[in-house]
Write a protein that binds this ligand. Structure first.
Ligand SMILES: [Zn+2]
Ligand SMILES: [Zn+2]
Length: 498
């Protein structure tokens, strides 16, 4: 996948190299080169909100392009070579900077960003992490939770070849304390000490280091090496009580073990050979693999030997990636104002000659945003209730926070899940019935199926709250904008809170 994408970038850049216009000539007298009169600045945006803000601020002074086609799903969008050319040639590039735009990083690494304004919406506001509320299905955890059994493939011991170190010593010496504290904070009921006890059992191993080759594992216990040969014994797919699915790869010792475990199983969240292993869990037993199938509480964990204790801490606390900020920052009109201000500043810098226009357009737009903000606030202030229910994903964290709304939903905002479990649907139905909530929301461009199911069971009206990721072709053709969509949202919110 990644490789194919690199080829697309390469192809795009070859095209740009041939078609790129020459640098502006420098014989333009006194006028600054970037502010040539009658020459529009070019602004490229990924999705609708910033496209809409940018065109409102720029007016006729810019060519504003949205890469995402109208009505397309923003989370699964991938750029075409043409799109990459546009990014290469623009004066300002505005993207969200969240999880679903990871492709942008690859593009920006490969194009010349000199002299370009590059703005992310997430940096314009106080970003918060995506929240998992009661009843919501979380698919953020590990990537082997949701897979087709048919896709699981055999793997050889060489898949884990290399030098690995145990996380256990770092639990003992306190390096991982911040992780335990984070777990306690997220949990709310258990303390960091409770988690220390759990991990003291889970991580416990006397082999601080292991090295693995094609056919054997060498365990280092108190500095003494013990090399044992293993043979592959197949994989098994386990499902635990909380519905987590895991693949375990089994190996059996051949011949003498000298105290090394006879039966071992690897779990590393991967289900096929050849992928990069970030860490693995090594289950071991002398009794047999059946005993290990019951084992969910002990998961000795190994990281690449080159990792420091801090690297391991970072992997654990951040899942090895950037913190998962909720990217739907624009759903709050208060945030939209901050974004508009930032875009206006950027346009003024690129094109000082038209700064007056950009500022006055941005001010006018901000006033409209103030109006819609006040409208939402008065609806919530006068409402009979403060709880909204989504039979859908929930990209409205910033919106809900802005007006003090509580919410229940099936999935977090960027979830790729669309099929909820029966328990999730039941939970939402019960909430609506208990609190006599008159409406169930779906988001834009949704198949509405879940909301309709919930509506049939409760009598709640199915309504749309439009998160503005993208708009329909009809809306696009009729020139609908963020303010129009938010005005529609206000009407529906009023019904839902009555
Ligand atoms: Zn793991
Ligand atoms: Zn989203």
């Amino acid at each position: 996948m990644k490789k194919v994408f690199c080829l697309i970038i390469a192809a795009a850049l070859t095209l740009t190299a041939c078609s790129r216009p020459d640098e502006p000539a420098s014989d333009m007298g006194d006028s600054p080169p970037s502010a040539a009169e009658n020459e529009k600045i070019s602004v490229v945006t990924t999705i609708f909100p910033q496209y809409d803000f940018a065109r409102a601020i720029a007016g006729d002074n810019a060519e504003v392009t949205m890469l995402l086609p109208p009505a397309a799903e923003s989370h699964s969008y991938e750029p075409t070579p043409r799109d990459i050319m546009k990014v290469q040639e623009c004066d300002a590039f505005i993207y969200v900077g969240g999880e679903s735009e990871q492709w942008v990083e690859d593009v920006l690494e490969s194009v010349d960003t000199n002299g370009k304004k590059i703005i992310t919406l997430i940096d314009c506001v106080d970003a918060v992490e995506e929240e998992i509320v009661e009843g919501m299905e979380d698919d953020e955890d590990h990537d082997d939770e949701d897979f087709d059994d048919d896709d699981v493939k055999d793997r050889a011991l060489s898949d884990w070849a290399g030098e690995w170190k145990s996380a256990y010593p770092y639990l003992l010496d306190g390096t991982l304390d911040p992780y335990l504290e984070k777990l306690a904070e997220e949990d709310g009921t258990k303390t960091a000490e409770d988690f220390r006890a759990r991990y003291d059992y889970a991580y416990n191993t006397d082999a601080d280091k292991v090295t693995i080759d094609d056919s054997s594992i060498t365990y280092y216990v108190n500095g003494v090496a013990n090399k044992t040969r293993y043979e592959y014994g197949g994989f098994k797919i386990l499902l635990n009580e909380s519905g987590q699915k895991r693949v375990r790869y089994q190996f059996d010792a051949v011949g003498e073990t000298n105290g090394a475990p006879r039966y071992i199983e690897f779990s590393d969240h991967l289900i096929a050979p050849g992928e990069e292993i970030e860490h693995f869990h090594l289950y071991r037993s002398d009794e047999g693999h059946d005993a290990l199938s019951e084992e969910w509480e002990r998961w000795p964990t190994y990281y690449p030997a080159a990792y420091t204790g801090d690297d391991i801490l970072e992997e654990l606390t951040e899942g090895g990636e950037e913190p998962a900020y909720d990217e739907h920052v624009w759903t709050s009109p208060k945030n939209a104002k901050l974004i508009v201000q930032r875009l206006s500043d950027a346009f003024c810098e690129i094109d000082a000659a038209n700064a007056e226009t950009y500022r006055s357009n941005a001010d006018a737009y901000s006033l409209r945003l103030d109006e819609i903000d006040a409208k939402f606030q008065s609806i919530v202030d006068g409402a009979a209730r403060k709880t909204i229910v989504f039979g859908d994903r929930f990209p409205f964290r910033y919106f809900a926070d802005a007006y003090g709304l509580d919410y229940y939903a099936a999935f977090p905002g960027c979830s790729t899940e669309t099929e909820p479990s029966a328990a999730t649907v039941r939970f939402l139905i019960d909430k609506i019935n208990e609190e006599r909530i008159p409406a169930v929301f779906h988001i834009e461009l949704s198949n509405k199926r879940m909301a309709e199911t919930i509506s049939e069971a409760t009598g709640a009206e199915v309504l749309e709250l439009h998160a503005c990721h993208n708009i329909s072709k009809d809306d696009f053709a009729s020139g609908a904008n963020y303010l129009d969509i938010m005005t529609r949202n206000a009407e529906n919110l009023q019904k839902a809170l009555s």
